[in-house]
Structures are given as structure tokens and as C-alpha cells.
Design a protein around this ligand. Structure first.
Ligand code: IMP
Ligand code: MG
Length: 173
């Protein structure tokens, strides 16, 4: 049996996203921004975040990476399953992910982006989960920080289930 404990309600998520979106809009004011959402986990967060940005020029692309099997433990390898199509050379890139855990996925993706000579690369995550971090990643924007636990909902899955839940929950087994 597994139990769900609410980490953030739908309303709390919306509040946190408004705050982060305001900060991002200030930081990139007058600039063009390429938002790169990491599939599948970031699809809901990114959809909500970009609609709160008050920037005139925002382009959105998707990348799919996998660092997890179907359970709750991170594997060592990051695989790129789908790359972006937009040319990011000389552009500001904001990578949007659902959760930073070990940091392995994002450190790989930052390097992957940097090879294409963007003007800048920053990270925005819904959840910054700190306890298992073993690769240093500079998280520029985070809606919420937790130290540990396995989270589901709002795009985050456990073996592909629960992505559709409107809030964020801690899955206790
Ligand atoms: P990292 O490479 O260890 O930072 O793992 C990042 C990826 O692992 C995230 O984008 C998620 O897909 C997955 N992940 C890590 N922690 C959780 C969690 O608590 N719930 C669901 N997915 C997670
Ligand atoms: Mg992910």
C-alpha cells in the first residue's frame, strides 16, 4: 500500500509559479528567451510557467532525456531521446525541468546546450530536491525545495503513473 501526503496544493503551485515567472520576466526583460522543457516530467509545469511570463519574445522547444528506469532509483546514465529543433546559437536558453535530484540529468543537458554556443543557459525547476545531489548544478530558479522523498503529481511520475494529479504529493511506501 502506498500513501500520498500533499507537498503543494494546486493553489500553492500556482502562487509559486507566479513568483518565479515574475522574476524570470524581470531578468530577461527586453530579451528573446528560448524555453526548453524537459519531457515528460516538465510538460505541465512548463505550460503553466510560460503563460505567466510577460516577455514579448518567447520560443518553446522540447527535449526528452531519461535518467530513470521505471522505479524510484536514479541510474547513472543519461540518454537523449529527443533533441531540440530550434537553433539556440547566440540566444538565451532557459531549461525547464520538473525536479532536480542527483543533478546528473541537468549537468548533462547544460553541457549539451553549451556545445551549441547559446548566449546563456539557466535552469528553472519546479522542485529542487537536495539530499541526493552528487553533481553540482546551479539551480537559477526553483518553485519549491524539499530535502528528500519521492514526489508524484503535476507531471512527476512513478512508473509513468500519477503525472495527471493536479497537486504535488510525497509517495510513501
Ligand atoms: P537527476 O538526474 O537525478 O537529477 O534526476 C532528474 C530526473 O529524475 C527528474 O527529471 C525526474 O524525471 C526524475 N526524478 C527524480 N526525483 C523524482 C521524484 O521524486 N519523483 C519523480 N521523478 C523524479
Ligand atoms: Mg525528468
Amino acid at each position: 500500500m502506498s500513501e500520498r501526503v500533499t507537498v503543494l496544493s494546486e493553489e500553492q503551485i500556482a502562487e509559486k509559479i507566479s513568483i518565479v515567472a515574475k522574476q524570470i520576466s524581470q531578468d530577461y526583460q527586453g530579451e528573446e528567451l528560448i524555453v526548453v522543457a524537459i519531457l515528460k516530467g516538465a510538460f505541465i509545469f512548463c505550460a503553466d510557467l510560460v503563460r505567466k511570463l510577460t516577455l514579448d519574445k518567447v520560443k518553446i522547444d522540447f527535449l526528452r532525456a531519461a535518467s530513470y528506469g521505471s522505479g524510484t532509483t536514479s541510474s547513472e546514465e543519461v540518454k537523449l531521446i529527443k533533441d531540440i529543433d530550434i537553433d539556440i546559437k547566440g540566444k538565451h536558453v532557459l531549461i525547464v525541468d520538473d525536479i532536480v535530484d542527483t543533478g546528473l540529468t541537468l549537468s548533462f543537458l547544460i553541457e549539451h546546450m553549451r556545445l551549441r554556443s547559446p548566449k546563456s543557459v539557466k535552469i528553472c525547476t519546479m522542485i529542487d530536491k537536495t539530499e541526493r545531489r552528487n553533481v553540482t548544478v546551479n539551480v537559477d530558479y526553483a518553485c519549491h525545495t524539499v530535502s528528500e522523498g519521492f514526489l508524484i503529481g503535476y507531471g512527476l511520475d512513478y512508473a509513468e503513473d500519477y503525472r495527471n494529479l493536479p497537486g504535488l504529493y510525497h509517495l510513501k511506501q
